[in-house]
Every structure is written in structure tokens, then in C-alpha cells.
Design a protein around this ligand. Structure first.
Ligand code: FES
Length: 130
């Protein structure tokens, strides 16, 4: 009985630790700013990485420009959070996009949504609007 309770305790403790870690990670990597009803986010920019995945955004540094895409797949909205063979791949039904956000394999038929953004004055962050 004690062993079973200890296992339950450890599972709850590990789950709590993971939830706390994810909460802190989100706070450290994506700072939200509320400005007159329009939501903005300050996202860290690393120009040395071709692609950076965040909760709501994908930042792509390609062809000497930085583009911010919504991380929602244009098919049914799953979060795109990985690359394979130089393509952005949706984990749900396998749609693939190039680094310009254009569909190269369905079932999605619309391109990724480009999110309005500007680079901060110090060049270390992107201010994402929307
Ligand atoms: S939601 Fe992405 S392919 Fe279906």
C-alpha cells in the first residue's frame, strides 16, 4: 500500500514539475504585452537559426529576410513544431510547407499565415502583432 502511494506521489510530483517547467519556459521565451486591446508578443530572435518554433509562431530566417508565420497549420490548425528535410511539417496529417510558407504537400491547400512583425531596435527580438 505504501509503495503504491509512493508511486502515485512520484507521478504527481513529476507531472507538477513538468507543468511548472513548461510554464516558466513559456514565460521566459515569449513575453506578452497588452496594448490597447491588440496583443503583441516580444519573441527572441536568433538570426543564426534558420527556423525557430514558438507556441504561436514560427520564425524563418531565409533568403536574407526574417518572416514570422503562425504556427497553426492551414488545414485544421494543428501546431507545426518541426522540420524534416528542410520543410515545415504538420504532425497531424502530414502537410508540408517550404520556408516561404507555401504548401508543397497537402492535405492543406492554403499557405501559412504571415504574421505582422517588426524587429526591435536592438535587433535581439521580434515584436509580433496579432
Ligand atoms: S492539421 Fe495540419 S495537415 Fe491537417
Amino acid at each position: 500500500m505504501i509503495i503504491k502511494n509512493r508511486r502515485v506521489f512520484l507521478k504527481v510530483a513529476v507531472a507538477g514539475f513538468v507543468a511548472f517547467f513548461l510554464f516558466i519556459w513559456n514565460k521566459l521565451t515569449l513575453r506578452h504585452i497588452e496594448t490597447s486591446g491588440a496583443e503583441e508578443a516580444l519573441v527572441p530572435l536568433n538570426k543564426n537559426k534558420e527556423v525557430q518554433f514558438f507556441d504561436k509562431y514560427i520564425i524563418v530566417n531565409a533568403d536574407n529576410k526574417t518572416t514570422v508565420f503562425s504556427s497553426n497549420c492551414s488545414h485544421l490548425g494543428c501546431k507545426i513544431d518541426k522540420m524534416a528535410n528542410g520543410k515545415l511539417v504538420c504532425p497531424c496529417h502530414g502537410s508540408e510547407y517550404d520556408l516561404q510558407g507555401q504548401v508543397i504537400k497537402g492535405p492543406a491547400y492554403k499557405n501559412l499565415t504571415v504574421v505582422n512583425s517588426t524587429i526591435s531596435e536592438d535587433g535581439k527580438s521580434i515584436i509580433v502583432k496579432g
